[in-house]
Design a protein around this ligand. Structure first.
Ligand code: C2E
Ligand code: CA
Ligand code: CA
Length: 582
C-alpha cells in the first residue's frame, strides 16, 4: 500500500493528521502502528497548542527515523539532519502558501475544548487535513529518495522482500544497517575484550554475475547470509552492507580466534553449487573506541581491498595492509634500477581497431615488469609509486625507445607500421627534457613523427598541460587525451589544448550499458568531438553490445578486450603482418 493510501485510511479511522502521517511510514522503520500512534501523540504538543500543523511534527519524525539523525553524538549527521529539517519546512511552507498553522488550516483552535467539539461535529479533519498530508508525503518521498541516492551503504537483494517496491526495500536495508550500527556501538561501549571488524566480499563477483547470471549472483549472496546466520552467535553482528560486501563485528580474546572464525566462515562459503567462491577479508582491530564507527568500517574496507590485491593471502589486517604497502614500495625502490639494467621491463602492445573496417589502425604501448622471482607485475602496482619518486621518467623513456624500435623493425622487415601511442606521465610535463628525448629518439631511429603518438592523461592541472601540449604540438606530435571523462576538467582542457584525439575512459563504456543517461552523455561527447574536428576512440570495449552501440552513435575507433588484450610485441607484429597479407 502506498503511503498516501495508508494515511488516507488512518484518517478515515478518525486518527488525526500526525498519527495518520507517521503511521503511514511506521512499517518503514519497523515500528508497529500502536507504537507509532503513541510516539506521534506524545510529540503532537505543538499541534495541540494550535500552532504548527501536525504534519510538520510527524514529517520531521519520519525524516529523523528514516535518515537516522537521532544520534546527537554524530556531528556530521546532526548537521545533515538540520539541513534536511529546514529543507522540509521550507518546501512545505511554500506548497501550503505560508498556511502552516493548525488553526489556520482547520479554521478552529484545537487547544480549546469547545472548538474541538466543532471539529468533530463538522468532520473538519477529513475535509481540511488531507491536502497537507498529501503534500507532506509527496515531499517526504522525494527527500527520502534523494537521501537513498546520497548514501552508498544501501544493499539490495535481501531475502523475503518483495522486489516490486524498491523504495521499501531500500528503507528496510537502511533500517538494517542502522540497527547493526546501533548494536555495534553498544558492543563497543560495553565489551571488555578487544573488538574486531571484519569486512569481506566475493572476489570477481561481477564476473560471477556475468558468467552465471544475476539470479545466481543473488543466490550466492543469500547463501552467504545463511552461512553467517549459522555461525554467528547473538553477540556477533553481521550485515550485508551492499551488493557483495559483508561485515561481521565481534568481541574476541586472542587474535587467533578472529582468524579461526574467518577460516571457518571461508570453508563454509568456499563453494556454492560447485562454483568456487573466493573471498577477500579485511580486519580492523578497534584501538580507539571513541573513533566514529564509519571510520572503523573504512579501515576494515581498506584492508579488504588490499587483501584483494595481495598475491600471498586473502586475509589482511589493517595494520598489515600498511606494512604490505611499505614492503611493496621498498621492493620496487630496491629493484627498479636493476629492472632497467636487466631489461625486465617489457613493452606490450594493445591493438586499436576500426569498427567499420574491422582492422587494426594502431596500438598502445603498455609497460609490463617481468620480475625473475615475483613474476609479472602490472603497471597499476608500480606506476603510482615510481611516479612519486620520479623514476617513471626512466621507464617511459625505455618504453618510448621500445616503441620506436618496433616501428623501425616493421619497416626493416617490410611490414607497414601503424601508429603506436605511448603514455606520457604527468611528471614529464614539469620541464621540457622529454621533448628533446622524444625528438632525439625519432631522429636517431629515422622514423616519421606521425607514427609515434602521445597519450596524456587529463588532470585537474589543466593549464600546465595546455602550455606543454602546445609545445608538443608545435613539434608536430599527435596528441591523445587519455582517460577523458575520468577527471574534473575535461571540457576546459579540450578548449584550451590542441588535442587530436580523445580517448574515452572505460567508465563511459560501463555507464552507457547500464543507463540511458550514460548513453546520452556518450552520444553528446561523440557529437561534440566531431564538431570540434577531433578524433575519438573508445577504451575498455569489452562486449559486442558496446561495439554495436558505438557504431550506432558514430564512434569508429576502439580499443579493448573485445578485440584484443595487450600482447607481447612479437605477437602484435605477427597480427599486423597477417592483416597486411590478407
Ligand atoms: P591506460 O593508459 O588507461 O591504459 C589502458 C589500460 O586499460 C591498460 O591497463 C589496458 O590493459 C586496460 N584495458 C584495455 N582494454 C581493456 C578492457 O576492455 N577492459 C579492461 N577492464 N581493461 C582494459 P594496464 O596495461 O594495466 O595499464 C594501466 C595503466 O598504467 C595505464 O592506463 C597507464 O595509465 C599506466 N601505464 C601503462 N603503461 C605505462 C607506461 O609505459 N608509462 C606510463 N607513464 N604509464 C603507463
Ligand atoms: Ca593510455
Ligand atoms: Ca586510458
Amino acid at each position: 500500500m502506498t503511503h498516501q493510501k495508508k494515511a488516507e485510511q488512518l484518517l478515515h479511522q478518525q486518527y488525526h493528521c500526525s498519527q495518520a502521517l507517521f503511521g503511514a511510514f511506521a512499517e518503514d522503520f519497523g515500528v508497529d502502528l500502536k507504537t507509532a500512534f503513541k510516539i506521534s501523540t506524545c510529540f503532537g504538543g505543538g499541534m495541540r497548542q494550535g500552532s504548527v500543523c501536525g504534519c510538520i511534527t510527524a514529517s520531521l519524525m519520519v525524516l529523523g527515523m528514516a535518515m537516522g539523525f537521532y544520534d546527537s553524538q554524530d556531528k556530521e549527521l546532526e548537521v545533515y539532519g538540520n539541513k534536511k529539517t529546514t529543507e522540509f519546512i521550507n518546501r512545505f511552507t511554500e506548497k501550503m502558501s505560508g498556511k502552516i498553522k493548525c488553526r489556520d488550516i482547520l479554521g478552529k483552535d484545537i487547544s480549546k475544548p469547545e472548538e474541538v467539539v466543532d471539529i468533530r461535529k463538522d468532520g473538519l479533519i477529513m475535509q481540511k487535513c488531507p491536502h497537507a498530508i498529501s503534500i507532506s508525503i509527496e515531499i517526504l518521498e522525494e527527500m527520502l529518495e534523494g537521501y537513498l541516492k546520497d548514501i552508498t551503504e544501501t544493499s539490495i537483494n535481501l531475502e523475503d522482500i518483495p522486489h516490486d517496491d524498491e523504495m521499501m526495500l531500500m528503507l528496510k536495508n537502511m533500517r538494517r544497517l542502522r540497527r547493526f550500527r546501533r548494536n555495534v556501538n553498544d558492543l563497543l561501549f560495553s565489551a571488555r575484550n578487544p573488538v574486531g571488524i571484519i569486512q569481506f566480499d566475493v572476489r570477481k563477483f561481477k564476473l560471477v554475475n556475468d558468467l552465471y547470471g544475476e539470479k545466481f549472483g543473488d543466490e550466492v549472496l543469500y547463501f552467504i547470509r545463511r552461512k553467517l546466520k549459522e555461525i554467528c552467535s547473538k553477540e556477533q553482528y553481521y550485515i550485508n552492507v551492499r551488493s557483495d560486501v559483508f561485515m561481521v563485528v565481534m568481541e574476541y580474546e586472542k587474535e587467533e580466534e578472529l582468524v579461526k572464525f574467518i577460516q571457518n566462515l571461508d570453508v563454509r562459503i568456499n563453494s556454492f553449487k560447485n562454483v568456487k567462491l573466493q573471498m577477500s577479508y579485511g580486519v580492523y582491530i578497534v584501538e580507539d573506541r571513541e573513533m566514529e564507527l564509519r571510520q572503523m568500517e573504512d579501515r576494515a574496507s581498506m584492508a579488504r581491498r588490499a587483501a584483494k590485491d595481495s598475491i600471498l593471502t586473502n586475509i589482511l589486517f589493517y595494520k598489515e595492509k600498511f606494512k604490505e604497502r611499505l614492503y611493496t614500495r621498498k621492493f620496487i625502490e630496491e629493484n627498479m634500477q636493476a629492472a632497467i639494467n636487466e631489461r625486465q621491463f617489457m613493452m606490450y602492445l594493445q591493438p586499436k581497431y576500426s569498427i567499420a573496417k574491422n582492422e587494426i589502425i594502431g596500438a598502445e604501448a603498455l609497460v609490463r615488469w617481468r620480475h625473475p622471482e615475483r613474476g609479472m607485475i602490472y603497471p597499476d602496482q608500480f606506476i603510482p609509486i615510481i611516479e612519486e619518486n620520479g623514476f617513471v621518467k626512466k621507464v617511459d623513456y625505455y618504453i618510448w625507445a621500445e616503441a620506436c624500435c618496433f616501428i623501425k623493425k616493421c619497416e626493416a622487415s617490410g611490414v607497414m607500421p601503424c601508429p603506436i601511442s605511448v603514455n606520457v606521465s604527468r611528471i614529464h610535463l614539469k620541464d621540457n627534457e622529454y621533448i628533446e628525448v622524444l625528438s632525439d629518439m625519432i631522429e636517431s631511429n629515422g622514423i616519421s613523427k606521425t607514427l609515434l603518438e602521445l597519450e596524456i592523461t587529463e588532470t585537474a592541472d589543466d593549464l600546465q598541460i595546455s602550455r606543454k601540449a602546445l609545445k608538443l604540438k608545435e613539434e608536430g606530435f599527435t596528441l591523445l587525451m587519455d582517460d577523458f571523462g575520468s577527471g574534473y576538467s575535461s571540457l576546459n582542457v579540450l578548449l584550451e589544448t590542441p588535442f587530436d584525439v580523445i580517448k574515452l575512459d572505460r567508465k563511459f563504456m560501463e555507464n552507457m550499458m547500464v543507463s540511458n543517461k550514460g548513453r546520452l552523455i556518450l552520444e553528446q561527447v561523440v557529437l561534440m568531438a566531431s564538431k570540434l574536428e577531433l578524433g575519438i576512440l573508445a577504451e575498455g570495449v569489452e562486449t559486442k553490445e558496446q561495439v554495436e552501440l558505438l557504431r550506432s552513435i558514430g564512434c569508429d575507433q576502439v580499443q579493448g578486450f573485445y578485440y584484443a588484450k595487450p600482447m607481447p610485441e612479437g605477437e602484435f607484429f605477427e597480427l599486423l603482418k597477417k592483416q597486411q597479407a590478407e
